[in-house]
Design a binder for this molecule. Structure first.
Ligand SMILES: Nc1ncnc2c1ncn2[C@@H]1O[C@H](COP(=O)(O)OP(=O)(O)OP(=O)(O)O)[C@@H](O)[C@H]1O
Ligand SMILES: O=C(O)C1=C[C@@H](O)[C@@H](O)[C@H](O)C1
Ligand SMILES: [Mg+2]
Length: 202
């Protein structure tokens, strides 16, 4: 591309019209054959970036952890404490199966959900899976802001996240789309996801 300044008479330097962007997002929403399902480790941004993706598309958003909490009337931490991880995973499997039947917009999964074979197969079949990948130091910093993740309570968060990354990356890598969630603000990551989905569709 030339560095020559372009005149506004030609219209070439005009900022993209928000209406055009909105129309493109609307078209993408209409062409989405199945829900966008975000997967990846704790702190990658599935919940917060997922909300932004849904608001850009003007479509529904559902967070699987919140849906589990609503169904159980307890927080994720309370479920882990009262019943253990296996019980939580069984509830998670059932709730995500329901969300995959009911939801048409954007779904943020919990960090471990995609490692369940049944859940992963269902998401790969019935959704557009997007792995938000992220470097460990960023995940440690972000997850350190809140004490709400039971798996990080017993031990060194960096060691735990490093181990979980090694164990889970082969599962996350089955998602057809992978996006970096490390260095960009939420909105940029959300737009990168939508651009990748657009490419995936075409
Ligand atoms: N791209 C980003 N830029 C800056 N901060 C971010 C970004 N993505 C996420 N965060 C922040 O990191 C924290 C964790 O994000 P979020 O809750 O969305 O992660 P998650 O992937 O849903 O994690 P979990 O699997 O535990 O539910 C939040 O404070 C969020 O605002
Ligand atoms: O990575 C995980 O296994 C988890 C992530 C969170 O989203 C919650 O689903 C829960 O804290 C477990
Ligand atoms: Mg989340």
């Amino acid at each position: 591309m030339s560095n020559r300044p372009q005149t506004s008479e030609a219209g070439a330097d005009a900022a993209p019209s928000p209406d055009i962007e909105r129309q493109a997002l609307h078209d993408l929403r209409r062409r989405l054959p199945k829900p966008i399902v975000l997967v990846g480790l704790m702190g990658a941004g599935k919940s917060t970036v997922g909300r932004k993706v849904a608001s850009l598309l003007e479509c529904s958003f559902c967070d699987a952890d919140e849906a589990i909490e609503d169904a159980a009337q307890r927080s994720v931490s309370e479920i882990f404490e009262a019943h253990g991880e296996a019980y939580f995973r069984e509830g998670e499997r059932r709730v995500i199966a329901r969300l995959m039947r009911e939801e048409t917009g954007v779904i943020a999964t919990g960090g471990g959900a995609f490692c369940n074979n049944e859940t992963r197969e269902l998401i790969l079949e019935e959704g557009i899976a997007v792995w938000i990948d992220c470097d460990i130091d960023t995940l440690v910093e972000r997850t350190g802001r809140r004490n709400s993740r039971p798996l990080l309570k017993n031990g060194d968060p960096k060691e735990i996240l490093t181990r979980l990354y090694e164990e889970r990356a082969p599962f996350y890598a089955e998602a057809p789309i992978r996006i970096s969630g490390s260095n960009n603000p939420h909105l940029e990551t959300a737009k990168n996801i939508l651009e990748a989905v657009e490419r995936w569709l075409s």
